[in-house]
Write a protein that binds this ligand. Structure first.
Ligand SMILES: Nc1ncnc2c1ncn2[C@@H]1O[C@H](COP(=O)(O)OP(=O)(O)OP(=O)(O)O)[C@@H](O)[C@H]1O
Ligand SMILES: [Mg+2]
Length: 234
């Protein structure tokens, strides 16, 4: 379980996160939704160790990760799929996957990549192709696959649906929820696309201007029209 306690982040005068607390249980998807500038990416980047918080902590299965280096945080089981996918265009699918979990013994890495190719058959078909020849949906699968190469217990996904066709989004998010269940991962899914995210999530968390404004079951949040109008503009 990932447990975030009163996490605050400032960029100069901007308080991007204001004492954010939340829990992300293993085996399910927790969706954080909110409009532009709500602080969603800042939350993810802080959890991954890329941004230093001014106060507060994050614990992964009882171990404090805040204050540690990004490499250390990955090794402790937290893997980020950043906004914009960030696979390396000049490298092949195989090479991109190889970059995930470089520190792991090669036999373990091979076993994990075999699992990933099984989970994402299109990556197996294209393993020797450069990643810039992939479609957006395939690149998103590669980005998730690369994160899984670290053998994480917690997966952070920042807007995986951005720029993808609705059908592809549904497929990818369904795969993510299956992953959460089958691999017992704590999945934190950040989305502006509330409807899609809440369909695969167990819990929904609404953020606005650096604050958590509401936590509820995904059904409750999805059914609350007022909430959607107030914070999501859709
Ligand atoms: N590196 C940075 N330097 C200065 N301000 C930043 C930085 N990163 C984020 N911010 C500010 O922090 C606030 C939260 O931004 P963040 O990117 O976390 O929002 P978001 O919810 O991910 O938005 P979006 O839906 O547009 O991706 C915004 O006001 C943003 O301008
Ligand atoms: Mg963002």
């Amino acid at each position: 379980m990932l447990e975030v306690k009163q996490l605050s982040v400032s960029f100069g005068a901007v308080r991007a996160l204001d004492s954010v607390s939340l829990v992300v249980p293993r085996g399910e998807v927790t969706a954080v939704i909110g409009a532009n500038g709500a602080g969603k990416s800042t939350l993810m980047r802080t959890l991954a160790g890329l941004v230093k918080p001014v106060s507060g902590t994050a614990e992964l299965d009882g171990v404090v990760v805040t204050g540690r280096s990004p490499e250390d945080i990955v090794r402790s089981g937290m893997a980020l799929v950043p906004e914009g996918r960030s696979t390396i265009p000049e490298l092949t699918v195989e090479e991109n996957l190889h970059l995930g979990g470089l520190w792991r013994p090669s036999a373990e890495r091979k076993a994990t990549s075999a699992e990933i190719y099984e989970m994402f058959p299109v990556l197996a078909e294209r393993r020797r192709m450069r990643s810039d020849t992939l479609s957006g949906g395939e690149r998103q699968q590669l980005a998730i696959g690369r994160a899984l190469m670290c053998d994480p217990t917690c997966l952070l996904l920042d807007e995986p649906s951005l720029g993808l066709a609705p059908l592809i989004v549904t497929q990818i998010l369904q795969l993510v929820s299956q992953l959460a269940r089958e691999k017992n991962l704590a999945v934190l899914l950040v989305e502006q696309n509330a409807v899609t995210a809440l369909r695969v999530a167990t819990t929904g968390i609404i953020m606005n201007l650096g604050n958590v404004v509401r936590v509820g079951t995904a059904e409750e949040i999805a059914a609350d029209d007022e909430l959607r109008d107030a914070y999501l503009g859709s």
